[in-house]
Design a protein around this ligand. Structure first.
Ligand code: TEU
Length: 565
């Protein structure tokens, strides 16, 4: 495995600092709080941390609105704290991947202040400005958070583009000085020792010439003119050459609306190492898209994952994730967070950690944290949920909050952002103060301390799976083959390489299910399972309990897919 770059062998853990651990009782997580919990990461066995933005920010979008790329947000700590964090991680052989928000800044960034006050000055052209009628925005593009993507600025007497919140003006990537500023910032942190970047919405940097109107019936109006835009490969190629080339770092592009073919152009011989696609976490969208709940079925999930697994060639590499700070909790969404919380959380863990690609585990996922409750819109903190839900109510699409509460509780990004539950003390051990977002009510049952002492536990299973992956080369680099693609309950695949073969068998349903593993007879041995009392060697027909997952090692046979593993 040594010839693989480190990030192909790595399991990455995402920290959303606001919600991880609060050291000073102000109710907001911080960097010293992360340092207090480093042993938790070490025990889990992860190889790298992706840290959501910790730069200076007014926090309208919890740090994805950066007002100073070279300073640490005062509420999160100091540069010295950050240096201690980096050292603490590196001492434990854990790499640090920072988050770079290059599409937009905060409207409180000095560049934007200058840009709006002095159009003819050196920052005048740093953002996407258009003059014109203050009553009529320059085009029909929409913000991802609802409403027009344009805001009229009285000070400059012009419109500025914001694909996200009004406080997040888009940078003008056509301006070479803007690009240089961003590369300088990225190199500045690399020199301090960071091991790579997760690049926020990085396929949105290039906007179409002339900013034409978008198809008004589109899901995100205008997106055909700014997703994978005309100069995107030029910009990312330049970023690669200026920042990443010749370093032992990783670049992971977050890319809304990405399809497989375009993904293969961004990675491999392309400018980036990895991308985050979203197709598999959009299969439960309803008629109203994200703000609606659609039915999803296992064959569809398998088919999306299968397509991305096979990619376009042997060298293809992707990311594996069910959760991040923008997604609801996977056990509530794809599993059963009541009757089968342990079983379904570990079945999901099995998928993420045994497919081909680099797994990303989001904070709290390793203990099976669940979605929360939000009784009124006042309890919702997330700017994306608040704006979109307000727009639906104001537009008469839904009557009131109660009519859409079930969707918010299913989908809102706040579900991922409730504080990490460390123990059963008040506020789950997250803070001695008042948490910025209420702790999930289930913390007395779902918390790290309990997961550490109980058996079986989601945490113990994650730890064992991560260890198994690290010591089983076919689980990292082996070929992948799906079996039973149309089965409504079974998720079965093989990973073959290094003269070894692992069969992953998951009953992804709340019912018992028998499967004939006849051909494995005698030659198979159990590597790991999420249930106890499992025979070491399968004996023909195998009875799987709800959400039961097993990994067997067998003699490798022919490589072609067949119906029976
Ligand atoms: O998210 C990009 C993005 O596409 C999201 O806005 C997405 O539409 C939404 O979260 C629903 O899944 C990135 C960051 O991950 C997110 O936290 C930021 O709010 C956003 O960019 C703006 O920086």
């Amino acid at each position: 495995m040594s010839e693989l770059p480190w990030w192909k062998n790595a399991v990455v853990y995402q920290i959303y600092p606001r919600s991880f651990n609060d050291s000073d009782g102000d109710g907001v997580g911080d960097i010293p709080g992360i340092i207090e919990r480093l042993d938790h990461l070490d025990d889990l066995g992860i190889d790298a941390v992706w840290l959501s933005p910790v730069y200076e920010s007014p926090q309208h979008d919890n740090g994805y609105d950066v007002s100073d790329y070279r300073a640490i947000h005062s509420g999160f700590g100091t540069t010295a704290d950050w240096e201690r964090l980096l050292e603490g991680l590196h001492d434990r052989d854990i790499r640090l991947v920072m988050d770079m928000v290059a599409n937009h800044t905060s409207s409180e960034h000095e560049w934007f202040r200058q840009s709006r006050s002095t159009p003819e000055g050196e920052h005048g052209d740093y953002y996407v400005w258009r003059e014109g009628d203050p009553e009529a925005p320059p085009n029909n593009w929409e913000s991802a958070f609802g409403g027009s993507a344009w805001e009229y600025d009285d000070e400059r007497g012009a419109w500025y583009l914001h694909l996200f919140d009004t406080n997040q003006p888009d940078l003008n990537w056509r301006n070479p000085r803007v690009r240089e500023e961003i590369y300088d910032v990225m190199n500045w942190w690399l020199e301090k020792g960071v091991d790579g970047y997760r690049l926020d919405v990085v396929n949105l940097l290039s906007k179409a010439e002339g900013l034409p109107d978008g198809d008004p019936s589109g899901e995100w109006v205008g997106s055909e003119h700014f997703v994978d835009g005309p100069r995107i490969f030029e910009y990312l190629g330049e970023m690669h050459d200026e920042v990443f080339a010749g370093t032992d770092t990783v670049s992971v592009g977050e890319m809304p609306q990405l399809d497989l073919e375009t993904a293969s152009e961004y990675t491999g011989d392309g400018p980036l190492d990895l991308v985050f696609p979203f197709e598999h976490v959009e299969l439960d969208f309803g008629d109203r898209g994200r703000w609606d709940i659609g039915e999803w079925r296992l064959p569809e999930l398998k088919s999306i994952l299968d397509r991305w697994q096979r990619g376009l060639d042997e060298e293809w590499w992707t990311t594996l994730f069910f959760e991040n700070h923008d997604q609801p909790r996977s056990v509530s969404r794809f599993g059963d967070d009541e009757r089968y919380r342990y079983e379904s959380a570990t079945a999901l863990a099995t998928i993420i950690l045994t497919l081909r690609g680099t797994p990303f585990v989001y904070q709290g996922q390793e203990i099976g944290m669940t979605n929360s409750t939000f009784a009124s819109l006042d309890d919702v903190a997330d700017v994306d949920s608040v704006r979109n839900v307000r727009e639906l109510i104001d537009g008469g699409v839904v009557k009131d909050y109660d009519a859409i509460r079930h969707v918010v509780e299913y989908r809102s990004r706040d579900n991922a952002r409730t504080p990490v539950q460390w123990d059963d003390s008040p506020n789950a051990g997250f803070t001695d103060g008042d948490p910025w977002l209420p702790v999930n009510d289930d913390y007395p049952e779902v918390n790290v301390a309990r997961e550490r002492s109980e058996s079986p536990s989601v945490l113990a299973y994650y730890r064992r799976l991560i260890e198994l992956r690290a010591s089983t080369p076919p689980l990292v680099s082996g070929r992948y083959n799906l079996h039973y693609p149309d089965d409504e309950q079974l998720f079965v695949y093989t990973r073959t390489g290094d003269n070894r073969r692992v069969v992953v068998v998951i009953n992804f349903s709340a019912d018992d299910r028998a499967i004939d593993l006849g051909p494995l007879d005698g030659s198979a041995s159990l590597l790991l399972g999420n249930h106890e009392d499992v025979p070491e060697s399968p004996d023909g027909a195998v009875d799987l309990r709800p959400y039961e997952a097993r990994l067997y090692e067998t003699e490798p046979r022919g490589s072609g897919p067949s119906e029976s593993p």
